[in-house]
Design a protein around this ligand. Structure first.
Ligand SMILES: Nc1ncnc2c1ncn2[C@@H]1O[C@H](COP(=O)(O)OP(=O)(O)O)[C@@H](O)[C@H]1O
Ligand SMILES: [Mg+2]
Length: 1017
């Protein structure tokens, strides 16, 4: 809780009595107790501790990371976290406006915020994000070197305004950034009040650079030598080590990708300015002469321009009039003015150029910005000069104080005015809080025609004619009736205002007297064109790049440039507009004393700041007000899940009723008010506990949503699958139907076709029918077979079977195999074949009884040859069980040679001879020639019978070799059998030919033999 640190009260809103005394008491108590941060609601009041406080380490970071503001003791971390959280969660741009007077701790605060953001982002350790963070942090070192200086109020006072945008991706990691700089106090380059210093860069160079580097720049490390840095007489400062800062600056240059040449040029320019401060002029008639021409060489060398051109630019100016170009020599005052203006302009341009370079290192690159388009959100951090009152206040203070008026106005707009107006709009009972609205002072400065800047601009138009003194008169005239403007002329009693020199503005933060001297010059901010051309002509490309307008032709009449005052005003208006578009967070810095003391609490000085910052009004508004408000519809949508009456939807009334029901049920009724369109919640605690309850409900809801969604996806997929299946089914049916229709058309008259459709082409079946069509084809085959077979008498069927087998084995291989003949099979049982058929049948019956075969399938007289090449006449018998040899004369059994299973193949010739070999696994093949009575070819029949029976018994096809010569085995030896034609043979005969067997055929005019002969050729 905010009060956790136990020192005073952590949030001023919780003070019992809200008045000046109680406010101051609490602030002092906390300051002396070491608590430098105190809230006003979400505004953080920070008192400069002027000592190292140990509250910024990693442990503290962890404590604040992702927490609500009121969970921990007040800390600037909580503000940074809040800005980051709102940006990340709601995708809204936010900004942190840090205000307070010079030395109150704004710049420190901005650095602490940046470090915090760097510490809590990039959990993934991405390289590019690390780089961006590093550049963002390091950029501070460079900007402070060139833009900060020791003043009497702050050893490290920012002499420029800085607004930094940090771009974040959707995960909340920084991916880029942009820095805008506002009005550098460049008069400091040439002049410092006693006790003050020029910008740090000059001292860092003199004290930090090596002797050899210094001698290249023709410098000595003696500050007293150089007029531009020795006027304040405060070169060394206890809290500053220029030497180590120089090193840090150099290393930051490298991190930010400045090239060696660029770094070198930067220091050359700084050195050139130091030397320029020592340029002195002596009057010489109408013109001037240089006191020490040697210094000119040094400067021209450093800036890479010619000595001559530099001298001319310093001592005269070129004027173009009526088409002629003339050189006009300077008098001493003009030459001094020109030199100083030159020094200021060079430094100012250098600073802006450095900011540009830094931006180039952190700006979102083009491809990144398109990648992140619409996805990046921004946190802006504004650290701008605080309200300033010096002994002598000039144009710079005028601008700075105007800037603070604008920011105060924004604060009023956002925090005080809008808040009260909203209560009124919503009809919430409300006691209006009085506060001072500084709009009237902003108008005094910036109004067109009537405002001070407008009067200044008007005076600047009349070059040379109007003096500063006349300017005061003009203002007196136009602003006489303005309550916040005065001068000696208007208020003669105010003796401390100098006549015709001073004017006074009653700022919201206090009265400031401005001295008019120099206002016109500073507003006009003129630099002779000659200098611009000089630097544009530099041989150093970096110098040239800084001065592009030097390219302009001398005759080119340009529009009068905008004055410094108007430029500043425009940039302030743009800045305020930019800030107003973001969700603002405020850090209000307070300076406890003028002495940089960690213990002193200067009541008067602090009260003054508390008053002008409007902190007490802030507390009153806040206290009377509400921590949180939200439209009913949005509120209900966010929290409806925590009440059973509103979840999942509130049905009995409008959103407002729903919100009331919810808050009543949860017991928050006392802490809320109901406006017309919004609910107002007084204490952050209520909001916190609403959030907690919501977080507890979320996981369940997520699971519910996931469940529903998964279900929906599955149902959708299931429906699709079912639809697909239906489509597939219907399509399959359609394909099948069309296929059958096509088949029907093709096979329409199949019965009347001669081939019963054998030659008809079946169309390609669809996938689904591929198997079925195979069966269908088989059925068709069977049907076709039946149609053929049924014409054959049944007793011929066995013969047909053999013929089919013979066909399979011999067609296209053997010229003739007796298909046209009737195949009798058991020829020896026929009388005309075998005269002894009675004896034969008798023998067969004997064997049948003994060997238990059923039927003689084939019988024939044969001539056989054996392993001794002896040929003999025999009879051959093939039964359903095996092959038998019979004696040819007696026709009695000699022996069963083979069983059907033992047969391994059959060989025969392609001709019409009677040779046949029945191979077996027993080592003794049967090599025989059939000897039918009428010399019919029965080889085909025997092959058909054996093959058929073999298939029946063994279930596979027997191999049939058809050739003019083939191998066989006789007595376990391999022999080759050859067929030859021979004159020697009267009839077919076997003959020995060495180890082989010849089967000789007579060369007579015999049909059968001629066929064999033809086959042999
Ligand atoms: N939070 C802090 N912790 C320690 N010292 C601080 C802190 N804030 C400011 N200071 C001291 O005050 C000095 C001035 O602060 P700075 O931020 O430069 O003021 P401003 O920017 O408002 O002019 C710093 O140089 C530092 O010494
Ligand atoms: Mg500062």
């Amino acid at each position: 809780m905010v009060g956790h640190d136990g020192v005073g009260i952590g949030d001023f809103v919780l003070l019992e009595v809200i008045d000046k005394d109680h406010f101051m008491q609490n602030l002092e108590k906390r300051f002396s107790g070491g608590c430098i941060y105190t809230y006003i609601g979400e505004v953080c009041v920070s008192v400069n501790p002027y000592r190292t406080v140990n509250i910024y380490d990693q442990e503290q970071v962890n404590k604040y990371k992702g927490r609500e503001i009121f969970e921990n003791p007040p800390h600037i971390f909580a503000i940074a976290d809040s800005a980051h959280k709102v940006m990340k969660q709601q995708g809204r741009d936010t900004c942190i406006v840090i205000s307070g007077e010079s030395g109150s701790g704004k710049t420190e605060a901005s650095k602490i915020i940046m470090k915090y953001i760097a510490a809590v982002t990039n959990a993934g350790g991405q390289q590019e994000i690390e780089r961006v963070k590093n550049v963002l942090l390091q950029s501070n070192a460079i900007l402070e070197t060139f833009g900060n200086a020791k003043t009497n109020r702050n050893d490290n006072s920012s002499r420029f305004g800085k607004y930094m945008d940090i771009n974040f991706d959707f995960k909340g990691d920084p991916v880029g950034g942009n820095i805008s700089n506002y009005l550098l106090e460049k008069s400091r380059v040439i002049y410092q009040q006693p006790g003050e210093r020029n910008f740090h860069s000059f001292y860092q160079l003199l004290f930090g650079a090596s002797d050899s580097d210094l001698s290249k720049l023709r410098l000595k490390n003696k500050v007293d030598n150089y007029f531009y840095v020795n006027q304040g007489n405060a070169a060394s400062v206890r809290s500053i080590s220029d030497r180590s800062d120089y090193k840090a600056t150099q290393s930051a240059f490298r991190t930010l990708a400045f090239s060696d040449h660029e770094i070198d040029t930067i220091w050359r320019i700084v050195a050139a300015i130091l030397h320029l401060g020592n340029v002195k002029f002596r009057p010489d008639n109408e013109s001037v002469k240089l006191d020490d021409p040697g210094v000119l060489d040094t400067i021209s060398g450093l800036l890479s321009v010619t000595n001559q051109e530099l001298r001319r630019a310093l001592c005269e100016r070129v004027i173009a009039a009526k088409g002629e170009v003339m050189a006009k020599t300077h008098n001493e005052a003009q030459a001094n003015y020109g030199r100083d203006a030159f020094a200021k302009a060079v430094y100012d341009r250098l600073f802006s150029w450095i900011v540009q370079k830094v931006n180039r290192a952190i700006n979102l690159k083009d491809e990144e910005s398109s990648r992140y388009r619409q996805k990046t959100t921004v946190i802006g951090v504004l650290d701008i000069y605080g309200f300033e009152i010096f002994d002598v206040n000039s144009f710079e203070q005028f601008c700075i104080n105007y800037c603070n008026e604008k920011l105060q106005q924004l604060f009023i707009e956002l925090v005080l005015k809008q808040e009260q107006e909203e209560y009124q709009r919503e009809g919430i009972q409300w006691q209006n809080i009085d506060y001072f609205n500084n709009q009237i002072i902003c108008d005094l400065v910036e109004q067109s025609h009537k405002g001070i800047i407008a009067i200044l601009d008007e005076a600047c138009l009349n070059v040379g004619k109007v003096t500063d003194e006349m300017l005061v008169e003009a203002m007196d005239q136009k602003l006489a009736s303005h309550n916040h403007y005065s001068s000696r002329q208007l208020k003669p009693m105010e003796k401390d205002l100098k006549h015709k020199e001073d004017f006074r503005i009653s700022h919201y933060a206090g009265k400031v007297t401005y001295n008019i001297n120099g206002f016109l010059d500073k507003n006009r901010d003129a630099l002779f064109q000659d200098f611009k051309r000089l630097l544009y002509s530099s041989n150093n490309p970096t110098v040239k790049e800084m001065w592009p307008e030097g390219a302009m032709d001398i005759f080119q009449t340009t529009k009068r440039p905008l004055t410094a005052g108007t430029l500043f005003k425009n940039s302030m208006i743009a800045l305020v507009k930019n800030l107003a578009s973001k969700e603002p967070y405020y850090v209000r810095c307070i300076k406890p004393n003028e002495n940089k003391s960690p213990v002193q609490f200067d009541k008067e000085q602090v009260l003054h700041q508390v008053n002008y910052l409007g902190l007490i009004e802030n507390v009153r508004v806040r206290r009377a007000g509400f921590a949180y408000r939200q439209r009913y519809d949005l509120f209900l949508r966010r929290y409806k899940m925590i009440s059973q009456y509103t979840w999942p939807n509130f049905r009995s009334g409008n959103d407002k009723d729903g919100v009331k029901v919810l808050m009543d049920e949860q017991g928050y009724s006392d802490d809320v008010k109901y406006g017309k369109t919004k609910i107002f919640i007084r204490s952050p605690r209520t909001l916190f506990s609403l959030e907690q309850k919501r977080s507890r409900m979320i996981p369940g809801i997520v699971i519910l949503l996931q469940k529903q969604w998964r279900g929906a996806i599955c149902r959708r997929r299931y429906k699709k699958m079912k639809a697909a299946l239906t489509i597939m089914r219907v399509y399959r049916l359609y394909k099948m139907r069309s296929y059958f229709q096509a088949l029907q058309a093709i096979f329409l008259n199949v019965t009347s076709r001669r081939d019963f459709g054998k030659s008809l082409r079946w169309p390609n079946p669809p996938l689904v029918l591929r198997k079925g069509v195979k069966n269908l084809k088989a059925i068709h085959e069977r049907w076709r077979a039946w149609m053929i077979i049924k014409r054959i008498p049944q007793e011929d069927w066995p013969q047909v079977r053999y013929k089919v087998k013979a066909c399979d084995a011999l067609s296209n291989k053997r010229s003739y195999y007796g298909l046209s003949r009737r195949w009798e099979g058991n020829y020896l049982a026929l009388n005309n074949e075998n005269s002894d058929s009675v004896q034969y049948n008798h023998t067969i019956n004997n064997i049948k009884n003994k060997d238990k075969f059923k039927k003689v399938l084939f019988s024939s007289f044969i001539k056989k040859t054996n392993r001794f090449n002896k040929s003999a006449d025999r009879a051959l018998l093939v039964t359903d069980t095996g092959v038998y040899k019979l004696d040819a004369k007696k026709l009695n059994l000699m022996k069963r040679v083979l069983s059907i299973q033992e047969i391994t193949g059959v060989s025969c010739s392609p001709g019409t001879d009677q040779l046949i070999a029945i191979h077996s696994s027993l080592g003794n093949d049967l090599v025989v020639a059939l000897e039918p009575r009428d010399n019919q070819d029965r080889v085909g029949e025997l092959v058909g019978v054996i093959c058929h029976r073999y298939f029946e018994v063994c279930g596979r096809e027997l191999s049939v070799n058809v050739n003019m010569h083939f191998q066989c085995k006789l007595g376990n030896k391999s022999r080759s059998v050859k067929i030859e034609l021979s004159n020697e043979a009267q009839s077919a005969m076997f003959k020995k030919d060495g180890q082989n067997v010849l089967y000789l055929l007579p060369l007579q005019n015999s049909n059968n033999l001629i066929n064999t002969k033809q086959a042999m050729q």
